[in-house]
Write a protein that binds this ligand. Structure first.
Ligand code: NAD
Length: 259
């Protein structure tokens, strides 16, 4: 018996990065995966990857998690195809970094919409199916949601991800009477296609900061996915409203070095 056998898992942002890794891993654990991404071709590639491994995946539509109509279509196509939705992993997001002194408001608003509003929209659209299934919601926060940074000018991400962490607790409260669990995973610095274009780019100061992570390396998408499988599985049936930080100790340990 696999850990997610027969569960229908809706995952956003499956064209690459953490979303793709989660889709592939959930399928290996027996889930029926419904992916979606603005990058529709990338999401279809992930679906084919899963199919080649013998898993089941569907990408019903091109998904924009910031557009209510798009999210609702995605959810209803998934429910029509599989008859239920057990897991929502609200992963997709995009960020615009910049100093609070000069960042255009549109960059702030675009980030909050993509990283926070999107989670609310997905949770609301999937809610009737998730409560009917006594299912679970996984949100993706960030260490940016629990701390400031001297090196990375990230007010928009901090605001959005702090909101995601809080929103998850409220989803847990409103879901509990229906047997619906909601938990948040906050990754630290994870090596993905997305982070390679900004924080892990060759000339970005965060790249060297990453060397000071207590466990000695940046995270991988699989590090996040290991936590996601656990929280989505029945092994976590008594866990809701929790916030699991996956950051190699980065946010818990003050800067310094071993004696
Ligand atoms: N990589 C990190 O260091 C890190 C750290 C903390 C949190 N996170 C969070 O993890 C999640 C995934 O990050 P990643 O590094 O894999 O990112 P990524 O940029 O590699 O992948 C994100 C995927 O989401 C899709 N996407 C973006 N906006 C979308 C939209 N409006 N509608 C549908 N799809 C959309 C993109 O096309 C892309 O395929 C995000 O929520 C991010 O904030 C990442």
């Amino acid at each position: 018996m696999k850990r997610l056998d027969g569960k229908v898992a809706l995952i956003s942002g499956t064209a690459r990065g953490i979303g793709r890794a989660t889709a592939v891993r959930f399928a290996r654990e027996g889930a029926l995966v419904v992916g979606g991404d603005l990058d529709h071709d990338g999401a279809l590639d992930t679906m084919r990857l899963i199919a080649r491994e013998g898993g089941t995946a569907l990408v019903p539509v091109q998904l924009d998690v910031t557009e209510e109509a798009s999210v609702r279509t995605w959810v209803s196509e998934a429910a029509d195809a599989f008859g239920a939705i057990d897991i929502l992993c609200a992963n997709a997001g995009t960020v615009r970094f910049g100093p609070v002194a000069t960042q255009p408001y549109t960059d702030f608003a675009t980030t909050v919409r993509a990283e926070l509003d999107s989670v609310w929209l997905s949770a609301q659209a999937a809610w009737p199916h998730l409560t009917a299934a006594r299912g679970c919601i996984l949100t993706i926060g960030s260490t940016a949601g629990i701390s400031g940074s001297m090196t990375n000018q990230r007010s928009a991400r901090s605001a959005a991800k702090g909101g995601v962490i809080s929103l998850t607790r409220q989803l847990a409260a409103e879901g509990a009477p229906h047997g619906l669990r909601a938990n948040c995973i906050s990754p630290g610095l994870i090596d993905t296609e997305g982070s390679r274009t900004n924080l892990l780019a060759a000339d970005h100061p965060m790249r060297s900061i990453g060397r000071h992570i207590p466990l000695g390396r940046c995270g991988t998408s699989d590090d996040v996915t290991n936590a996601a499988v656990f929280l989505a599985s029945d092994e976590a049936s008594y866990i809701t409203g929790s916030h699991l930080v996956v950051d190699g100790g980065w946010s818990a340990v003050l800067p310094g070095h071993a004696p």
